[in-house]
Design a protein around this ligand. Structure first.
Ligand code: FAD
Length: 430
């Protein structure tokens, strides 16, 4: 039986956000040995956030989304095997098998396998007229279709669905968005924020239909026919299915690693270690306890992929890493850069800083969500990323805040934050 040798390479499975960031972090952390990164997609590692935004309207973006400059991997002696699949890993013997039949012993392995877009039963990937969006190839296919059609239907009013709708409206395409929940972004933002955003979506000319479920979907000669549960029927030449992502965990499952029974992600600890020694995981494929939410969950975000990659790289090298930063996320849609810090949770009380009812082409708003102890747990900024950054110390210090004062526009935010931090010794339980 083969056994792992320290001289064997570090294997990174998946050349996406987490994989590429981990490879770079291994080198900056002082690792001089072999790093082999195997990725299913052919392009050099690229950023996915632009795929549902600028890439859909601008082909020139395709060459501007690389995570690192083109020569980076060569300069850093990171061996890239692109367009290749790892088909099995044996965590006991520390050997991986690739789709060309070759085997690769590893000293440590990072699973950075991401996720895949969920498809609808009856409309598998590749159905003409139906588009999923996860890869650059998906975005290129959708861009080509958007250039040919004057109208489209988007299924799902989550971040991706709304971003695609926003980009399409800016291109003059007629858009209908169907969402089964009674509001947009139901798991990510409070109802008052959904209400506010829904108005903007409709003001942009989107036919947004909430509480709307699809009973049937079927390919027809000119596109896709959708039968809605209210009995009505929509036919569209172009359907974008944006109903969420599933973690890519086939390798982990087949090699016996622990998966979360609810969310299906690869379970990792705070150092991104899986249940097998020498196997680590990072990014969208993982499930990890989130101290900011007090529960184990999957975080599908650019920042989380980068943070876990950084921490996993340090753990693989046996060096200490600073703990993960407070979760942060952004989306660009309908003329707004929306950024969030912390995580939403049941029972938070939310308050606006700024007037959401004021009509503005470029609104500037903050929304603060505090828990029963008055601690800031979730904040949402609209075109106010700088303000959001000012709130970071309040998350880090976890001090109770006077949310009414922090939301009082007559008090400069910087002052409100300073005062809340200064009050910390008196307010914190001893
Ligand atoms: C369209 C879109 C827009 C987004 N917008 C935002 C945004 O605005 N803000 C934000 O915070 N986040 C956004 N995200 C989320 C963010 O991009 C992801 O959280 C991040 O890319 C996750 O990185 P990852 O490395 O875990 O997965 P990925 O980047 O998906 O990389 C995983 C890679 O592993 C490969 N792979 C899987 N299995 C194997 C195997 N067995 N062998 C070899 N290779 C394999 C896959 O093909 C893939 O290339 C967006 C995501 C998408 C899809």
């Amino acid at each position: 039986m083969a056994t792992m040798a320290e001289s064997d390479p570090i294997l990174i499975v998946g050349a996406g956000q987490a994989g590429a960031t981990a490879a770079a972090a291994l080198r900056s952390g002082g690792f001089a040995g072999r790093i082999v990164m195997v990725g299913r997609e052919a392009p050099l590692p690229y950023e996915r956030p632009p795929l549902s935004k600028a890439v859909l309207s601008d082909a020139a973006m395709d060459d501007r989304i690389g995570i690192h400059p083109a020569g980076f991997h060569g300069e850093q002696s990171i061996e890239l095997r692109l367009g290749a699949d790892v088909v099995a890993i044996d965590a006991k013997t520390s050997v991986a098998r690739l789709d060309d039949g070759s085997t690769l012993p590893f000293s440590r392995c990072l699973l950075a396998t991401g996720g895949h877009a969920r498809a609808l039963p009856g409309l598998p990937a590749g159905t003409p007229g139906m588009h999923l969006i996860r890869t650059l190839a998906d975005a290129q296919g959708l861009r080509e279709a958007m250039a040919r059609h004057g109208s489209m239907v988007v299924l799902g009013a989550g971040f991706l669905g709304l971003e695609v709708a926003s980009t399409a409206r800016a291109m003059g395409i007629g858009v209908t968005v169907l969402e089964s929940a009674p509001r947009v972004l139901p798991r990510a933002v409070p109802p008052a924020f959904s209400d506010w955003l829904q108005q903007r979506v409709r003001d942009a000319g989107v036919d947004l239909r909430l509480d709307t479920r699809c009973g049937s979907v079927a390919p027809v000669p000119d596109g896709i026919a959708l039968g809605l549960e209210d009995g009505s029927r929509i036919q569209t030449p172009l359907l974008v299915v944006a109903i969420g992502q599933s973690p890519e965990v086939a390798l982990a499952r087949d090699s016996g690693l622990a998966l979360h029974p609810g969310n299906g992600g690869i379970r990792i600890d705070a150092q991104c270690r899986t249940s097998a020694p020498n196997v680590f995981a990072a990014g969208d494929c993982t499930s990890q306890h989130q101290p900011h939410a007090g529960l184990e969950m999957r975080l599908e975000s650019w920042q989380s992929a980068n943070e876990q990659a950084r921490i996993a790289a340090a753990a693989m090298l046996g060096i200490d890493a600073a703990p993960a930063a407070t979760p942060w996320f952004w989306t660009d849609q309908f003329g707004c850069n929306v950024q969030m810090m912390g995580l939403p949770a049941e029972g938070l009380a939310y308050r606006w800083r700024g007037d959401p009812a004021a009509a503005a082409a470029m609104p500037k708003l903050l929304m603060l969500g505090t828990n029963a102890d008055g601690r800031l747990r979730h904040a949402i900024a609209v075109n106010a990323g700088g303000d959001l950054r000012q709130l970071r110390p309040l998350f880090d210090a976890a001090v109770p805040i006077d949310a009414a004062r922090l939301c009082d526009l007559s008090v400069p935010l910087r002052q409100g934050v300073r005062d809340a931090l200064a009050a910390k010794p008196a307010l914190l339980p001893i």
